[in-house]
Design a protein around this ligand. Structure first.
Ligand SMILES: [Zn+2]
Length: 69
């Protein structure tokens, strides 16, 4: 299992953020979000697709893992 897969699995198995990797809340008209502790790479997921990460998952490794599939 590669780093990204592992990171996504951690998020999916998290009850705290319901598998989203991010915590959202609203107070009155204020809306805010915070990265969940299960999500060290600050991934934002759209379905199974990663639409954002904080760069700690380096690009060469991402490309390598795509080629491996
Ligand atoms: Zn979480």
């Amino acid at each position: 299992m590669d780093k990204l897969e592992y990171a996504i699995r951690q998020i999916r198995n998290c009850d705290f953020c319901n598998g989203t990797g991010n915590l959202y809340w609203s107070v009155g008209e204020d809306f805010d979000s915070e990265v969940c502790p299960c999500n060290p790479y600050e991934l934002i997921l759209d379905g199974d697709e990663v639409i954002w990460d904080n760069g700690l998952l380096s690009e060469p490794q991402l490309l390598a893992s795509m080629e491996a599939n």
